[in-house]
Ligand binder design. Structure first.
Ligand code: CP
Ligand code: NVA
Length: 312
């Protein structure tokens, strides 16, 4: 008898909108249920009790590393964390073999990878759930936390307009993946050289996603309910100077925020480069939700983990 396929969390476009909605509602409920508790106290139901998550990092991380660790503790489980460079993976052991070995030792694997294909290869050979903790092609965990944050402050995302301004990068891709699944509109302003992934746009179009691309940040932001940006130089990018020059006109400042809806909010996954993609006045201003957004990485990831473990 063959085992059921593990529930991987690799890319939002591969998931059902209904499952994303289940995760979002679970994240909100779990957060509310433990309001005021010490952060190390486990949730009542402890759906990860007896389970261990392995985390592999090929790139730096603050939020993803600490939030997954805290999340597993709150779910009653445990973690083993390693930088890839300290593993045999860093000396050329095939990622498929790493997947097979870790699947015998832990109950789920999270990887932050340089190359998205490696996340896919890990999942193909793993017999436990694999979670994409950021690759060059996506950051699905982040978008769940972002959408939770928006909904806590402004209600359901369905029918709302999100505006992405800046680099058409991995985080932008995951917003494109989420838009048709959860029914929000997405306007994207990037320079031509840093356009969003055409395959992502084609997929979203195939799902009747309402996505508009432009080179004009004002056009993207006009009337939007949420304005989002991210660093102009992502981990692994080597063309720093070219990026800063091409993206200069895409800074989110107060004048640009004034084009959005009056009650628009601002999101940024962090780490931020104040004075580059966003000004101090916006990121530290009254419309910014960045600290709730960062905190929600824990709550959203608990729901992702609970879903991977089949507990929701
Ligand atoms: N937003 C985010 O993923 O942050 P880290 O790179 O610190 O994990
Ligand atoms: N786009 C950024 C996100 C960091 C959380 C990067 O990939 O470096």
């Amino acid at each position: 008898m063959s085992l059921p396929a593990p529930r991987h969390f690799l890319d939002l476009w591969k998931l059902q909108g209904a499952d994303l909605r289940v995760m979002l509602e679970d994240a909100k409920a779990r957060k509310a249920a433990r309001a005021g508790w010490p952060k190390g106290k486990p949730d009542e139901d402890q759906p990860a009790r007896g389970r261990t998550l392995a985390m592999i990092f090929e790139k730096n991380s603050t939020r993803t590393r600490f939030s997954f660790d805290a999340a597993m503790r709150q779910l009653g489980g445990d973690v083993i964390i390693s930088n890839a460079v300290d593993m045999q993976l860093g000396r050329g052991e095939p990622i498929e073999d790493t997947a097979r070995v870790l699947s015998r030792m832990v109950d789920a694997i999270m990887i932050r990878a340089n190359v998205h294909e490696d996340v896919e290869r890990l999942a193909m050979s793993a017999t436990v759930p694999v979670i994409n903790g950021l690759s060059d092609k996506g950051h699905p965990c982040q978008i769940l936390a972002d959408l939770q944050t928006f909904e806590e402050h402004r209600g359901p995302v369905a029918g709302k307009t999100f505006a992405w301004v800046g680099d058409g990068n991995n985080v932008c891709s995951s917003f494109i993946h989420a838009a048709p699944k959860l029914g929000f509109k997405l306007n994207i302003a990037t320079p031509a050289v840093f356009h969003p992934d055409m395959m992502d746009l084609a997929r979203a179009a195939g799902e009747q996603g309402q996505i508009m691309t432009t080179h004009d940040p004002r056009e993207a932001v006009r009337g939007a309910d949420c304005v989002i940006t991210d660093t102009w130089v992502s981990m692994g990018d080597t063309d720093h100077d070219e990026r800063l020059e091409a993206l200069e006109a895409y800074q989110v400042d107060e004048a640009l925020m004034a084009e959005a809806a009056r009650d628009a909010v601002f999101l940024h996954c962090l780490p931020a480069h104040r004075g580059e993609e966003v000004t101090d006045a916006v990121i530290d201003g009254p419309q910014s939700l960045i600290w709730d957004e960062a905190e929600n990485r824990i709550h959203a990831q608990k729901s992702i983990l609970a879903w991977c473990f089949g507990a929701i």
